[in-house]
Design a protein around this ligand. Sequence first.
Ligand code: TRP
Length: 77
Amino acid sequence: MCEKPNNTGGDYIVVKALDNGVTIIGLTRGKDTKFHHSEKLDKGEIMVAQFTEHTSAIKIRGKVEVLTKNGKMRTDE
Ligand code: TRP
């Protein structure tokens, strides 16, 4: 990861919704873990997102395909 002045040089991931009503929730970085943002996707919609100084983890509800530098995965049917 290359260090940028605003620390937004984190990895990108791609999430593709395979159903309507998929939810992606951003979890805060640091000692406390809180939901700070949620995003709804419908079938076929794609979100490209980056881990930043504010977000260290995400939680995904629903049927998706996820692409990261670690590989491609799908939620179980
Ligand atoms: N606030 C936590 C942190 O920055 C968020 C987090 C990252 C987390 N990975 C996790 C919470 C795994 C539970 C499980 O580390």
